[in-house]
Design a protein around this ligand. Structure first.
Ligand SMILES: Nc1ncnc2c1ncn2[C@@H]1O[C@H](COP(=O)(O)OP(=O)(O)OP(=O)(O)O)[C@@H](O)[C@H]1O
Ligand SMILES: [Mg+2]
Length: 226
């Protein structure tokens, strides 16, 4: 599903360069459930942003579903992002004035209209995520775990082959975090490919593969050791 070859991303800060990603080679197969760990500043979010087509590398190659995406322009990147990638963030990123269902349907609104079948898909997805009685609530009327489930439903509305999550449980208590991880396991059981960043070993334990980063490099990948 994903292959990166010598992926590099550097930032000019003051008069030095920060090598946020330093020649990263990574392969993710369909159906993988991967946890990305590593100290603060090791490049995890930078990697996720490039894999999610929110950012582009300075050097190296990125192939997503056999397409070379490293050199595409912004329009093509946003098309790929919309059709192939669901993104979940630590801080949910829901729109406060919209209901939960409207938030879930957001990625479908190209021309201000949502087809009935798409709307039904949103309702079904929310049912599946245990939100059937919260469709008309606004984000500030929901608990943290419910907000994150709304964000997950929104990320899945376009049925993306790849789900990326940057510290999805970072703002949740441990019990709610476990619930979200059970949900991820269930989605992965249904074939969903998932890549998530976490600082917590208990969260990473839900994944089937753990990648550890340090100083912009992959220091350890459990797939290549077992
Ligand atoms: N836009 C930017 N401009 C300058 N430096 C940046 C930028 N984005 C990231 N960096 C630097 O790149 C390095 C990697 O950052 P990144 O956000 O990927 O780390 P991270 O592993 O996600 O850390 P955390 O666990 O704290 O979220 C850091 O040293 C950071 O300061
Ligand atoms: Mg980060």
């Amino acid at each position: 599903m994903i292959r990166t070859i010598e992926l590099c991303r550097r930032f000019h800060v003051g008069d030095t360069w920060v090598h946020a990603l330093d020649h990263v080679d990574l392969e993710i197969a369909p159906g993988d459930f991967v946890a990305v760990m590593g100290p603060s500043g090791s490049g995890k979010s930078t990697l996720m942003n490039i894999l999610g087509c929110l950012d582009t590398p300075d050097e190296g190659r990125y192939q997503l579903l056999d397409q070379e995406v490293a050199q595409l322009d912004d329009d093509r990147l946003s098309q790929i992002r919309n059709s192939h990638i669901g993104f979940v963030f630590q801080s949910f990123h829901l729109l406060p004035r919209m209901t939960a269902l409207e938030n879930v349907l957001m990625p479908l609104r190209y021309n201000n209209s949502v087809e009935a079948s798409d709307r039904q898909r949103g309702v079904d997805l929310m049912d599946r995520l245990g939100l059937s009685d919260r469709m008309d609530h606004r984000p500030n009327q929901l608990s943290g775990g419910q907000r994150q489930r709304v964000a997950i439903a929104r990320s899945l509305i376009n049925q993306p082959p790849l789900l990326l999550a940057d510290e999805p449980t970072g703002n949740l208590d441990s019990r709610t975090s476990e619930e979200i991880m059970e949900l991820f396991e269930e989605l992965n059981g249904g074939g969903q490919t998932i890549l998530m960043v976490t600082h917590e070993e208990e969260i990473a334990a839900h994944a089937s593969r753990v990648i550890r980063m340090r100083d912009g490099k992959i220091e350890h990948d459990s797939k290549t050791r077992h």
